[in-house]
Design a protein around this ligand. Structure first.
Ligand code: GLA
Length: 387
C-alpha cells in the first residue's frame, strides 16, 4: 500500500512524522442489495482501492483533519461532535471517535491526513473506507484491540455505522463497514445481517479465467438525499404490517401470502425484492461451491431486474451498462451498492474484459452520457495498519 501521499500531507500539517498509517478498502457487493437493513444476506468483496490515513494522537481532545488535494485543515473539539456537527465529509471522520466514546471507549484527539483511491460517490463505499480507516487508526493508537479479531472488528464496524447514521445523517445498513473491516483477500464475505455472522467464501476469478469488471457510471449518486431512506422506511413499515422484526423472517415459500397482506403495490414490490434477493445470495453461494459461474451470472441478472423493476433504484446509466455487458459476452451483470447512480459489476471471460469496457464506453457516448470508467477488481484484504 502506498502510504507516501498521506504521510507527506501529515508532515506538512504537523511538522512531524505520523505515529502510524492505516488503510481500509472500498467494496463491491456481489449480490444481496438493500438486504442489510432488512436482516438479510449480502455477499461483498473488499476492493484493492483503499483510503489511507496517516495519524497521530493529540492530548488536547482536538481533531485536526486534512486530505491530499484539500488545502484547508479542519479543526474541531471532540466534545463538540454530535448529530449535525460537523457537516460534509468531515462528519464521516469525526463521527467515528464520537461513536467509540458513546460505546464506552476511551479515545482522545488525533491529527489525521487522508488520501483515497476509492472513487468518491461511485457506490463503492468511499464513506465506509474513510470511517473504517479512521476507526482502525483510533483503535490501534488508543490500544482498543479492536483490529485483533473478528469480534473486535464487528464492534468497530458498529461504531462506524453509528457515525454514518447519526453524525453524517445517512440511514445506511451495515454492509459497507462489515466489508471494509471483515473481508478476507481471495474471498467474498457471506454476511448474515440477522445474527451478524460473516463467513468467508473462496472467490478467485483468475483461476477460472474470469474477470470482475466494475463500471463507474459517474452518474451522481448520493445516500443522503432521501431516496435511500424512503426505501428503508417502506421496508420497515411492511415488516410492522406483517408482524415480523425484519423482512428476513419472510421466506420464499411464505412470500405470496405475505404480499397478499400488504396494502399497496409499492409495499408489495419492495418486499418481493428483499425476500427474493436474500434467496439469490443463497443461490450464488451454492453455485460458487460448485464453480458454476453460469448460475452465478444468472443470479446477477435477476438481481438487477429486481432492483430495476421492484425496488426501483437503478438509473438509465446503470441499466445501459448492464444491458451492454450482457450483449457482449458477460455471464452476468448488475448494479452494485445503493443504486440511484453509482457502479455496475460484470462477470466476464478475462480475454473479453477490455473489449467490454470499450463497448460500454461506446454505448454511453452514443446515448450522450458522461464517459464511464471501467476497471477489473479482485477480492482484497480488510482494514489494516500499513506502517
Ligand atoms: C449502500 C448502504 C448499504 C446497503 C447498500 C445496498 O451501500 O450503505 O448499507 O444498504 O447501499 O445494498
Amino acid at each position: 500500500m502506498d502510504t507516501t501521499g498521506a504521510t507527506e500531507r501529515y508532515l506538512q500539517m504537523t511538522g512531524r512524522s505520523p505515529e502510524g498509517v492505516w488503510s481500509a478498502p472500498g467494496r463491491v457487493n456481489l449480490i444481496g442489495e438493500h438486504t442489510d437493513y432488512n436482516g438479510g444476506l449480502a455477499l461483498p468483496i473488499a476492493l484493492p482501492q483503499r483510503t489511507v490515513v496517516a495519524a497521530g494522537r493529540r492530548d488536547d481532545g482536538m481533531l485536526r483533519v486534512t486530505s491530499a488535494g484539500f488545502r484547508r485543515v479542519v479543526k474541531l473539539a471532540l466534545d463538540d461532535v454530535g448529530p449535525g456537527t460537523p457537516t460534509g465529509w468531515t462528519s464521516y471522520v469525526a463521527g467515528v471517535p464520537w461513536a467509540l466514546r458513546q460505546a464506552g471507549y476511551d479515545v482522545g484527539g488525533m491529527d489525521l491526513a487522508i488520501t483515497s483511491q476509492v472513487p468518491l460517490g461511485a457506490g463503492l463505499s468511499s464513506s465506509a473506507a474513510l470511517e473504517c480507516a479512521v476507526g482502525a487508526a483510533l483503535a490501534d493508537l488508543y490500544g482498543l484491540g479492536l483490529l485483533d479479531d473478528d469480534a473486535g472488528r464487528t464492534t468497530l464496524a458498529a461504531a462506524c455505522v453509528r457515525a454514518e447514521n447519526e453524525i453524517a445523517g445517512a440511514s445506511t445498513g451495515g454492509l459497507d463497514q462489515a466489508a471494509s473491516l471483515r473481508c478476507r483477500a481471495g474471498h467474498a464475505l457471506l454476511l448474515d445481517c440477522r445474527d451478524g455472522s460473516a463467513t468467508p467464501v473462496p472467490f478467485d476469478l483468475t483461476e477460472q479465467g474470469l474477470t470482475l469488471l466494475v463500471t463507474d457510471t459517474r452518474a451522481p449518486h448520493s445516500l443522503v438525499d432521501g431516496q435511500y431512506a424512503a426505501r428503508r422506511r417502506v421496508c420497515e413499515e411492511a415488516a410492522v404490517i406483517l408482524g415480523v422484526p425484519t423482512l428476513r423472517e419472510i421466506s420464499l415459500p411464505d412470500l405470496d401470502g405475505a404480499l397478499s397482506r400488504l396494502p399497496d403495490d409499492e409495499h408489495r414490490r419492495r418486499v418481493r425484492h428483499v425476500v427474493t434477493e436474500t434467496a439469490r445470495v443463497e443461490e450464488v453461494v451454492a453455485a460458487l461451491e460448485l464453480d458454476d459461474w453460469v448460475r452465478v451470472g444468472k443470479a446477477f441478472v435477476l438481481s438487477h431486474a429486481s432492483l430495476r423493476d421492484d425496488f426501483e433504484v437503478t438509473s438509465a446509466e446503470l441499466d445501459l451498462a448492464v444491458d451492454t455487458a450482457l450483449a457482449h459476452g458477460a455471464l452476468g451483470a448488475r448494479m452494485t451498492g445503493g443504486g440511484f447512480g453509482g457502479s455496475t459489476i460484470a462477470l466476464v471471460p478475462a480475454e473479453r474484459a477490455d473489449d467490454l469496457a470499450s463497448e460500454i464506453e461506446r454505448a454511453f457516448a452514443d446515448a450522450r452520457m458522461r464517459a464511464p470508467v471501467s476497471f477489473p477488481v479482485t477480492a482484497s484484504g480488510p482494514a489494516a495498519r500499513d506502517a
